[in-house]
Design a binder for this molecule. Structure first.
Ligand SMILES: Nc1nc2c(ncn2[C@@H]2O[C@H](COP(=O)(O)OP(=O)(O)OP(=O)(O)O)[C@@H](O)[C@H]2O)c(=O)[nH]1
Ligand SMILES: [Mg+2]
Length: 221
């Protein structure tokens, strides 16, 4: 019996398995080259680029070799912001797609011509979206989900699939926490409820608060 819903499921499974195969190949390439690949996901405007601006600049200052691929539907605004850090940066314009796929990562790495063996970190800033990126492995070793204090405590439990697939969570815009009246302890509990054992950081890209712990985690990997 073939209903519309089972057919859609078949197509979706086919697309995902093709992505999973490509992602597995990327993961092998990253591991062979000794580069740590991280996939940053969050809703639009949570502060992915702002966190990366500081992170890339600090890593470059420490003599590490980071690069970044940054996905947006349109514009190269984020790539231009990140380039100022001195890191290698390339924009991916997805046009009508709400997430990045492994095929796009492979194609843009080839087009950029970067020697992965000369990199220590590859940050992949995904398209701002709390739903679509969750099902697409990009070959990353760690998925990092950001949640800004302006979004409310309940987002992890309302969008459990993305939070459940993450290895690290970063609560961002800490400088605005008091003004927003957010309950940080409850936010952390909600993240841990959806993803027990997850590593959680709290940062402000504006003031630099909490950046040390995040950078120490990166340097130790
Ligand atoms: N006060 C404050 N504002 C921040 C912080 N981080 C980011 N912002 C502001 O939040 C807005 C969105 O930040 P971005 O870094 O562009 O967010 P993003 O997640 O990269 O956004 P998209 O790529 O569009 O999904 C900008 O106006 C930033 O200046 C922070 O730590 N504190
Ligand atoms: Mg951005």
């Amino acid at each position: 019996m073939s209903t519309l819903s089972t057919r859609l499921l078949e197509i979706r499974t086919g697309v995902l398995s093709k992505n999973d195969q490509l992602a597995a190949r990327l993961r092998e390439r990253f591991q062979a080259a000794g580069v740590l690949a991280l996939n940053l996901v969050s809703s639009p405007g949570s502060g992915k680029t702002a966190l990366l601006e500081r992170t890339l600049a600090e890593l470059v200052r420490a003599g590490r070799r980071p690069a970044a691929l940054v996905g947006d539907l349109a514009t190269d605004n984020d790539a231009r912001r990140l380039e100022r850090s001195g890191a290698l940066v390339r924009q991916i314009e997805t046009r009508d797609m709400c997430h990045l796929e492994a095929e796009m990562i492979a194609a843009h790495l080839d087009a950029a011509g970067w020697n992965l063996a000369e990199l220590d970190y590859l940050f992949i800033e995904n398209v701002g979206n709390l739903v679509c990126p969750s099902g697409y492995d990009l070959g990353e070793q760690a998925r990092v989900v950001l949640l800004s204090v302006t979004e409310g405590e309940d987002k992890p439990v309302k969008y459990p699939v993305l939070f459940n697939s993450a290895d690290v969570a970063i609560i961002t815009k800490l400088d605005l926490a008091e003004a927003c009246g957010i309950d940080l302890a409850l936010t952390r509990r909600n993240i841990e409820e959806v993803r027990p054992g997850i590593t959680i950081f709290e940062t402000s890209a504006r003031t630099g608060a909490g950046m040390d712990a995040w950078l120490a985690w990166l340097m130790a990997r």
